[in-house]
Design a protein. Structure first.
Length: 214
């Protein structure tokens, strides 16, 4: 008698579990490919912003993202803009001239992000200070971008005096632009000479300007 009473209960439990599993599968199947793509894109954007914040703080902005160096690896260009320039509405869509205080290029390799270029008071890569850059500390810069489908993104840094209403352009106040691009042979960002035909070496430094983010 006890065995007979248990069978209906077991049958009900099995039926309930089947309905629950069917409901879960239906919910999973109800997601369209577009919804799945948007969810993945949102998760990737959160990771990118987290990395940017870790490098340049909560004011960090990602203004370029992708295979910037044409080396097959994902990179981010992150900046801290000068306050007045940000309030004047200069945005990532207008990259002809951005007034910044700091910038960094980060590269993802084997699921780890590494800083491969730093612009603060000086211009540096993991091997040292970039050749041809000012020896004196610089408090703010004009950053200009020149995309190239073959050679990758070229970054142009022009020193600017702190407190200016706008950055100094090449030729003003004796400031010279430093062009920086990925050197495929050296496998790092380096500055270019004035002819844009030769990469300049780095000056050694005691502290390696590279940080790896987990």
């Amino acid at each position: 008698m006890k065995t007979r009473n248990r069978r209906p209960v077991l049958a009900l439990l099995v039926g309930a579990m089947s309905l629950l599993l069917a409901g879960c599968q239906t919910a999973q199947q109800s997601k369209s490919p577009e919804e799945t793509r948007k969810a993945a894109a949102a998760a990737a954007a959160q990771e990118i912003q987290r990395v940017a914040d870790a490098v340049l703080g909560k004011q960090a902005e990602v203004i370029a993202h992708g295979d910037l160096a044409r080396n097959g690896l994902e990179q981010l260009l992150v900046v801290n803009r000068f306050g007045k320039a940000a309030r004047e509405g200069v945005g990532p869509e207008n990259l002809s001239g951005i007034f910044i205080t700091r910038a960094a290029v980060l590269e993802k390799n084997n699921d780890k992000w590494a800083e491969v270029l730093r612009c603060d008071e000086h211009l540096k890569n993991p091997s040292g200070y970039l050749g041809g850059s000012p020896a004196a500390p610089v408090t703010s810069w004009l950053l200009e971008l020149k995309p190239d489908p073959q050679q990758g993104l070229e970054l142009r840094f022009t020193p600017a005096e702190a407190g200016q209403e706008r950055p100094s352009y090449p030729g003003e106040s004796g400031n010279e632009t430093i062009a920086v691009r990925w050197n495929t042979r050296a496998k790092r960002y380096q500055s270019l000479d004035r002819s844009h035909e030769r990469y300049l070496g780095e000056a050694p430094t005691l502290e390696t300007p590279q940080s790896i983010l987990r």
